[in-house]
Design a protein around this ligand. Structure first.
Ligand code: BES
Ligand code: MN
Length: 467
C-alpha cells in the first residue's frame, strides 16, 4: 500500500513519545474489581477518549451502571472502484488487576519504568503494561501514525474499550445489546493475547471459557473454642477442604458428574498444527520453577492448557490467619473456584453441577451459600477466513518468523458475546509474551512487543483495507 512505509517510519521515529503516552495511562490505577478505584477507572476512560479525539476520532466516554466504556469512530477511505474498505471494531480493556502482593514489586506498580536488560532488550514495567494498556495502545499508535502520514485510515475503524474486563464484565452485555448497530462491524480485532514467542507472532483461534464460583460453608452459629467444643463441633474448614479435594481423581480428572459432557477430542487438523509448533514442556514449566505437569494424565501440556477443561481453587479463607496462633473452630469457611471450559461445555450446567456436587457432600448442620462470578463459554474461531489470511500475511511481514495459529488457555468473554449478540467474528492478535507476568507482581511489556505491535497493526490495517 502506498504510504505504509512512511507510516512505519513515523512509528519508529515517535517511539519515545508513544512510551510517554503509555506511561501516562499506566500511572492511572484503574483497578476495576475494587470500588475504591472507580474514579481512577473513569480517569483512564477520559484519558483515552481525549487521546482518540486528538487524532480525529469521534470519541466519547459512555456511562454504564459500572465502569464506563469508551467508544470512538473514524470513517474509512472513499470507496475504490465501488468497493468499500472493511469496517473493523477494535476491542481492548483499560482496567487492570489488583497489585497484591505489593511487597513483591521491585518498582511501584503505577510508576512505569523502562528497564534495559543485560541482553540489551528493553521492557516497560507496570501493572497493566501488557494486560491490556500496552496492547491497546499499539493499535491507537498505529492509527495516529496513519493519520499523521496519510491524513486518514485505510479502514473504517470503531474503537471499543472496556473498563470491567478483569472483573467479569457485568455491564458488557446490556451495553452491546443497547448499542448493537453502532458496535457492529465486519470483524472485531481483539488485542489481548500473546505471541507464540519473541520472534513468532500468533493468531489465537481458540479461547477457553470460564465459570467463577464462590462457595461459603457454614456450621456453628459463632466461632468456637477449639478445646471446649473440639471433637464434637463440625469444622467447616474440614468440610470445605474435603469437598475441594474430592473435585479431582488420582489421574487429574475432574470428578463432578456431567463435567465432561460435550467435551470432544481435538480434530486431527488442529492436533497436527499444534504438534508442528516448537514447544518445550520442560521450559514452559521450568520458567516458573515447576517440572512435572500436574493435570490430566496422558495429555500434553498444550492440550492441558488449551483444549481440556479445568477446576481450580483460586483462593481459600477461614479461621484465624493473623499473626501468632488462635485455637478456634471457625463458624464458616469459603473458597473461590474457577472452571476453565472448552467447546461445548455449557457454563450454566457446569455451575449447577458444582452446586449439586457441594450439596451432596454437606454433612449435618452445614449449609452452603454460592456467589456467581461471571460465566462465558469457550470460543472456537474459523481457521481459514480470508481476513485471517490477510492478517497472517501482514504479521509475517513484520516479524522474523511467520505467524502461527495457536490456542489460548485464558478467557476473553467479549469474543463470544460479539459472535452471539452482534454476529461478528473476531481476530485475536496480541503481542504479549508468556513471561510478561500478567496478573502478577512486576508485570512488564517488551519494548519489541510495543514497537513491533504498532508496526504490525499498521500492516494489518493496510492489508485489510486493500480489499
Ligand atoms: N488478557 C487476559 C487473557 C489472557 C490470559 C491472554 C493469558 C493471554 C494469556 C484477560 O485480560 C484475562 O485475564 N481474562 C480473565 C477473564 C476472566 C476474569 C473472566 C481470565 O482469563 O482469567
Ligand atoms: Mn487482558
Amino acid at each position: 500500500m502506498a504510504g505504509l512505509d512512511s507510516v512505519l517510519a513515523c512509528l519508529d521515529l515517535n517511539l519515545d513519545r508513544a512510551v510517554g503516552r503509555l506511561s501516562d495511562l499506566l500511572r492511572i490505577p484503574s483497578i476495576s474489581t475494587d470500588p475504591a478505584y472507580a474514579e481512577d477507572c473513569r480517569r483512564a476512560a477520559e484519558y483515552l477518549a481525549g487521546d482518540l479525539s486528538a487524532i480525529g476520532f469521534d470519541a466519547a466516554v459512555r456511562d454504564t451502571p459500572g465502569h464506563p466504556m469508551v467508544v470512538a469512530h473514524h470513517e474509512g477511505p472513499a470507496p475504490k472502484d465501488g468497493v468499500k474498505a472493511p469496517h473493523v471494531l477494535f476491542y481492548g480493556h483499560y482496567d487492570v488487576q489488583p497489585v497484591d502482593p505489593v511487597s513483591e514489586w521491585h518498582t511501584g506498580p503505577f510508576e512505569p519504568v523502562v528497564q534495559e536488560m543485560p541482553d540489551g532488550t528493553k521492557r516497560i514495567v507496570a501493572r497493566g503494561s501488557a494486560d491490556d494498556k500496552g496492547q491497546l495502545m499499539t493499535f491507537i499508535e498505529a492509527c495516529r501514525a496513519f493519520k499523521a502520514e496519510t491524513g486518514g485510515l485505510p479502514c473504517r475503524v470503531t474503537i471499543f474499550l472496556e473498563g470491567e474486563e478483569e472483573s467479569g464484565s457485568p455491564s458488557l452485555n446490556p451495553f452491546l445489546d443497547a448499542n448493537r448497530e453502532e458496535l457492529s462491524a465486519d470483524v472485531a480485532l481483539v488485542c489481548d493475547t500473546n505471541m507464540w514467542n519473541r520472534d513468532t507472532p500468533a493468531i489465537s483461534t481458540g479461547l477457553r471459557g470460564m465459570v467463577g464460583e464462590e462457595v461459603v460453608i457454614k456450621a456453628a452459629s459463632r466461632d468456637l473454642h477449639s478445646g471446649y467444643y473440639g471433637g464434637a463441633a463440625q469444622n467447616p474448614i474440614h468440610v470445605l477442604a474435603n469437598i475441594l479435594a474430592d473435585m479431582h481423581d488420582a489421574d487429574g480428572r475432574v470428578t463432578i458428574p456431567g463435567f465432561y459432557d460435550g467435551v470432544e477430542e481435538l480434530p486431527d487438523v488442529v492436533r497436527k498444527s499444534w504438534d508442528s509448533l516448537d514447544f518445550s514442556e520442560a521450559d514452559f514449566l521450568g520458567e516458573v520453577g515447576l517440572s512435572v505437569p500436574s493435570g490430566e494424565k496422558g495429555r500434553s501440556v498444550l492440550e492441558q492448557t488449551w483444549s481440556r477443561p479445568t477446576a481450580e481453587v483460586n483462593g481459600i479463607a477461614g479461621g484465624y490467619n493473623g499473626k501468632g496462633f488462635k485455637t478456634v473452630i471457625a463458624a464458616e469457611a469459603s473458597a473461590k473456584v474457577s472452571f476453565r471450559l472448552v467447546f461445548s461445555q455449557d457454563p450454566a450446567k457446569i455451575r449447577a453441577a458444582f452446586h449439586a456436587f457441594v450439596e451432596a457432600r454437606l454433612p449435618a448442620d452445614c449449609t452452603a451459600e454460592f456467589h456467581a462470578h461471571g460465566g462465558s463459554p469457550a470460543i472456537q474461531l474459523p481457521f481459514d477466513s480470508p481476513l485471517l489470511e490477510k492478517a497472517r500475511g501482514a504479521l509475517s511481514d513484520e516479524w522474523p518468523k511467520p505467524a502461527v495459529m495457536i490456542g489460548m488457555g485464558g478467557s476473553i468473554p467479549v469474543v463470544g458475546e460479539f459472535k452471539s449478540r452482534l454476529g461478528m467474528e473476531s481476530l485475536l492478535i496480541g503481542f504479549g509474551l508468556g513471561d510478561d507476568a500478567i496478573h502478577s507482581p512486576n508485570e512488564k511489556y517488551e519494548m519489541s512487543s510495543f514497537h513491533k505491535g504498532q508496526r504490525s497493526w499498521a500492516r494489518v490495517l493496510a492489508a485489510l483495507g486493500e480489499g
